[in-house]
Design a protein around this ligand. Structure first.
Ligand SMILES: *Cc1c(COP(=O)(O)O)cnc(C)c1O
Length: 409
């Protein structure tokens, strides 16, 4: 069930009217549904209940402390890609034993901390990184658990800017390099090669690329004869941003993974980000001005690309919903834009929209993943608040940055 929906033409987050929230909180702000977050996590967990995977939530998709704590309470681990994310995950109470550290450019400082905190796996992406980890491990006379990220040369059929699995991408090691590195690691006394990881990209809508990935992994295992303790299948599961878009077939994916893991005694790890948080939030924003120009109707919002960068960064689409839908629809070339001084500061074009006027509010949908985490102070605007709704209650889970803080830093 979707916990963010129109009820009698009134957009509601669980039992709270979004319009009511605009009276309490300064726009723009992010607004989350806790029930949706819980549903999404449980949904994923249930789909894979036969194999009991470790679900390591991808912190880069959303690093709000309350979101992380709620996920931790449901048993989630974390996939982190920086020292900051590692420390935030630990602060939320996520056990280091459930944390994997990914990324092509881990610094010495980050590796030292990952070793000190005893994370489950450091997923390495190059031979140089392996050498550095081995050197650091030697100094601390520890044996460090690592995984190697495979570049399976499979692209996820998604936007090119969020595809990571092609052989010309910077991520992971291609087939032959992977096999050679396995051999080298075996000879290193301070490293324990426990994992194989892959992550082919984000917002992947079909199961087919995942199916191909599983068969490449099978091939690698046959070739290396390594019994990996952990097989980390990454994230990348897509969600429906368009209203009539078919949702990702989680059942089908689960079937494939069940079959894949049958003849292995490896623990499966997933690193979902978008799938867990994308549809848990809306961005509520006010219409400042409506400007007719050259047969276009510009709807100028108080939220811009500094608050939600996905449209400017990858041409991503986010449905725009009026907080109160009025019967008659306005027709025409309608362009929703932000206040930022960049022409890429646009959200979407529509042919029709509910009747709106200056001072009304609208919401951008499905902004829980890569929304707040990608936001910035560009044009010297404060980072905005995050509100969480649970049932009929609402609370601030991140304060809007104060003007004082903005001006002094
Ligand atoms: C970004 C990322 C993820 C999460 O991707 P989603 O598409 O949000 O599920 C998982 N693993 C790694 C290594 C990543 O870089």
């Amino acid at each position: 069930m979707n916990h963010i929906r129109l009820r009698k033409n009134n957009l509601c987050v669980e039992n709270v009217s979004a319009q009511k929230l605009t009276k309490r909180y300064k726009t723009p702000f992010y607004c989350y549904s806790l029930a949706q977050l819980k549903d999404n996590y449980q949904n994923m967990k249930n789909a894979f209940k036969n194999i009991e995977p470790l679900i390591c939530f991808s912190v880069k998709s959303n690093s709000n402390p309350v979101v992380l704590k709620e996920l931790k309470n449901m048993g989630s681990g974390a996939d982190v890609v920086s020292l900051g994310e590692l420390l935030k995950a630990l602060k939320a109470g996520i056990s280091a034993k459930k944390i994997v550290f990914s990324g092509v450019g881990k610094t010495e400082e980050e590796i030292v901390m990952a070793i000190r905190k005893k994370v489950l796996l450091i997923n390495v992406e190059s031979e140089s990184e392996v050498n550095l980890i081995n050197k650091i491990a030697k100094k601390t006379s520890r044996k460090v658990s690592i995984g190697i990220r495979l570049n399976p040369n499979i692209t996820g059929k998604t936007h090119e800017k969020i595809s990571t699995g092609g052989k010309d991408e910077k991520f992971g090691l291609v087939y032959n390099d992977f096999i050679n590195l396995c051999k080298k690691i075996k000879k290193m006394k301070n490293l324990n090669l426990l994992g194989l990881s892959v992550h082919i990209g984000s917002q992947i809508s079909s199961v087919t690329p995942f199916k191909k990935v599983l068969s490449v992994i099978d091939k690698i295992i046959k070739k290396t004869k390594i019994n990996f303790k952990f097989i980390d299948l990454g994230g990348g599961l897509g969600i429906s941003y368009y209203q009539n878009e078919k949702p990702f077939d989680l059942k089908q994916y689960a079937k494939l993974v069940n079959k894949f893991s049958k003849d292995k005694n490896s623990k499966i790890i997933f690193e979902p980000g978008r799938y867990i948080v994308a549809n848990t939030a809306i961005l509520i924003t006010k219409i400042i001005y409506i400007k007719k120009s050259n047969r276009k109707n510009f709807i100028i919002l108080d939220a811009g690309m500094n608050n939600l960068m996905r449209p400017a960064l990858y041409n991503a689409y986010h449905q725009i919903i009026p907080l109160i839908r009025k019967g008659r629809f306005a027709k025409g070339n309608i362009k929703f834009v932000g206040p930022i001084c960049e022409s890429s500061d646009e959200f979407s074009n529509q042919k029709t929209f509910s009747k709106i006027k200056e001072g009304d509010y609208v919401a951008l949908a499905n902004v829980g993943a890569y929304g707040m985490t990608l936001s910035s102070n560009y044009n010297t605007r404060p980072t905005i608040a995050e509100i969480m709704v649970s049932n009929s209650k609402h609370k601030i889970i991140r304060k809007r940055q104060s003007l004082e803080d903005l001006v002094n830093n």
